[in-house]
Write a protein that binds this ligand. Structure first.
Ligand code: 5GP
Length: 202
């Protein structure tokens, strides 16, 4: 019985990474896919933890070899999801969560129509700008570029099954956990898992 495939998308500054990190602390049996990227590690990031950091020739070689379930160019860098890792995890009845962009989500939906798409929205445009400025690690130009990318990302919000507004962190986290738990008891998941039990009542 394959696990659930959750795909979480948000513009940068919506708080997606913190929400997902907290979700994984609370929910067992859900695994986060570590993407490959050609972007340079940020201070504090470690190879194999936030990303597998690779150079462009290696990434392009992996594309050619069909190693990616999906890949995309985001802010001028390549990002991609390992095909083999996802297939192994799902086949082992583990739920898998991907933190990717809207382009990747579209590709994954083509391959796994049953994926559960979740979009995290910031509470307002002004709040998004405040959060991006508050990080204090990006230049004004980078912030404007990220605001433009955010608008672009958000233009795809209605392609997702679930939309969570991250205003109060605890509320958003609880909504995210509810989506995960609901998917686990969906008919699609339970039908095969509970076949024996359901049979008893026939
Ligand atoms: P960052 O460089 O800030 O970590 O991520 C930039 C963007 O790339 C985010 O929107 C993030 O979700 C997206 N991203 C990260 N990994 C992947 C991936 O494997 N595939 C795709 N399509 N997007 C990714």
């Amino acid at each position: 019985m394959p696990g659930n495939l959750f795909v979480v998308v948000a513009p940068s500054g919506a708080g997606k990474t913190s929400l997902v990190a907290s979700l994984l602390e609370h929910e067992r049996n859900i695994r986060l896919s570590i993407s490959y990227t050609t972007r340079a590690p940020r201070p504090g990031e470690r190879d194999g933890r936030e990303y597998h950091f690779v150079d462009k020739p290696r990434f392009e070689g992996m594309i050619a070899a069909g190693d990616f379930l999906e890949h995309a160019n985001v802010y001028g860098n390549y990002y991609g999801t390992s095909r083999a890792w996802i297939q192994d995890e799902l086949a082992g009845d583990h739920d898998v969560l991907l933190e990717i962009d809207w382009q990747g989500a579209r590709q994954v939906r083509g391959l796994f129509p049953a994926m559960v798409g979740i979009f995290i929205l910031p509470p307002s445009l002004a709040e998004l700008r405040r959060r991006l400025q508050g990080r204090g690690k990006d230049s004004a130009e980078t912030i404007e570029r990220r605001m433009a990318s955010a608008r672009e990302e958000i233009s795809h919000v209605l392609e997702f099954e679930y939309i969570i507004v991250n205003d109060r962190f605890e509320d958003a986290l609880s909504e995210l956990a509810c989506v995960v738990r609901a998917a686990r008891v969906s008919r699609a998941q339970q039908e095969a898992r509970l076949a024996k039990l359901i049979d008893e009542f026939r």
